[in-house]
Design a protein around this ligand. Sequence first.
Ligand code: GLN
Length: 454
Amino acid sequence: EAFNANVAAAADLNAFVIATPEKAIEAAEKVDADRAAGKPLGSMAGVPIGMKDLFATRGVQTTAASHILESFVPEYESTVSQKLWDAGAGMLGKLNMDQFAMGSSNETSYFSNVISPWRRNDGGNAPLAPGGSSGGSSAAVAARLCPAATGTDTGGSIRQPAAFTGITGIKPTYGRCSRWGIVAFASSLDQAGPMARDVTDCAIMLGAMAGFDPKDSTSLDLPVPDWAGSLDSDLRGKKVGIPREYRMDGMDAEIARSWDDGVAWLKDAGAEVVEISLPHTKYALPAYYIIAPAEASSNLARYDGVRYGLRDLPQGANLQDMYAATRAAGFGDEVKRRILIGTYVLSAGFYDAYYTQAMKVRTLIRNDFEKAFEECDVILAPTAPSAAFALGEKVDDPISMYLNDVFAVPASLAGLPAMSVPAGLSSAGLPLGLQIIGKAFDEQGVLNAGLAIE
Ligand code: GLN
């Protein structure tokens, strides 16, 4: 009964692209069998999780919320999802998302938008965006349809939806989680991570997802620390950096207040708070919106009507016609916009002016962080410049949509671990998130600071 009620609630939110309850039940039954046989249980034993529909799942439709991959059923399993099954988790279903993970509101999905379970308490009853691109994941966890879900984060897609829905999500250091079997968006930025109710659940789930994978050439060959077993909210002796440049002109007063609250909570936990400088912050967003589309335009060239999913072969068409017809019908507007931007900035005449320039900026951003971390252990900042906005509010204005990623993309460009934790409510009763950015490989420091805040 409870299960059917959850399925109905899931339908209302449009959080799932496809439900696979039989797989979750199978995992639960395996727990019973293993327990009866006296076998040890994995860290995720029996936990029914949602899987962002960007992870290839063997025998189960993997769409990236696109029309072009609508009929794609992989014959292989992504490394990260396989690790979760090996740890005992079961799959409740594949979660809706922005198409090819491009978006900040889940409104670019071919399967229509996800609706946040939250509502404003000040009379404005418009349905709200769950954030994006992992909007199915955030809505499903926030609505308690599942205790945890996978997300991916290229430029904020775990952290911003977590902030919009009052849950916790961590993007680990680039390379911690294998990208093998995850539909590629921007390969030098893409990272998988957990989205769950709290820091402890994220630590447990990240432990199951991370680890070296020879099938991903950028995978980190490092042991996976026992993050969950080493959680400690005592921050005595730790320094927290507050980046001056993130306090932007016209910053929303409620965001500024929640940031101040975070500073106070971390001081209560024993941390020393210092001001730091990340001087190139204002160039991060424009650099991201050159680099990410450039890589996307290259990655998405493989969807040509020959190898995967949709094929549109008009009568009498030649190969070029088939490519054009398939891609015209198969990609949504935002995906096409990214491909156009990407091919433009990579084209011979503009490569130096845009792509090379953006890559130089990326180095400056990385250096900014390296210098800042000489003076502090973690950095505290807002996750997003606003609480959740209404569905439809930004959908016709890509620039204002992109601006919502302003605090998320610097850590992505630098490849650093970053987490969003819930940090109180706005005056309209909507969740606000605070972001903790850590040194490369220091997920523990990030999780511990998050624990002190939650
Ligand atoms: N919102 C950002 C974009 O649209 C980030 C997306 C992501 O992290 N996948 O590119």
